[in-house]
Write a protein of this length. Structure first.
Length: 91
């Protein structure tokens, strides 16, 4: 189902008919509602962390673990602005 959704999103992109991004939301919501909630939450956390601070959310024992931990705690508590305010890493 996810592969079909990805291909449909590609088709919408190529045809330039995304409807301001709304078409992607409809396609992805249909595909993601079939997945377990905890799996979706883990992926959202992972990619939002990568977008915000430039590294994975999983602790790795290096000097960026404080930022990863701070982002994860803020995100899980619903403090999204605080999570995005964390300084990005310079990898």
């Amino acid at each position: 189902m996810l592969t079909m959704a990805a291909l449909r999103c590609l088709q919408v992109t190529i045809s330039n008919s995304s409807g301001g991004g709304e078409a992607y939301n409809v396609i992805l919501m249909r595909a993601l509602t079939e997945l377990p909630v905890n799996l979706v939450e883990a992926h959202v956390l992972e990619w939002r962390c990568y977008d915000a601070i430039g590294t994975t959310a999983f602790l790795q024992g290096d000097l960026y673990d404080r930022r990863r931990r701070a982002f994860k705690i803020a995100w899980e508590r619903g403090l999204f602005l605080a999570a995005y305010a964390i300084m990005p890493t310079r990898i």
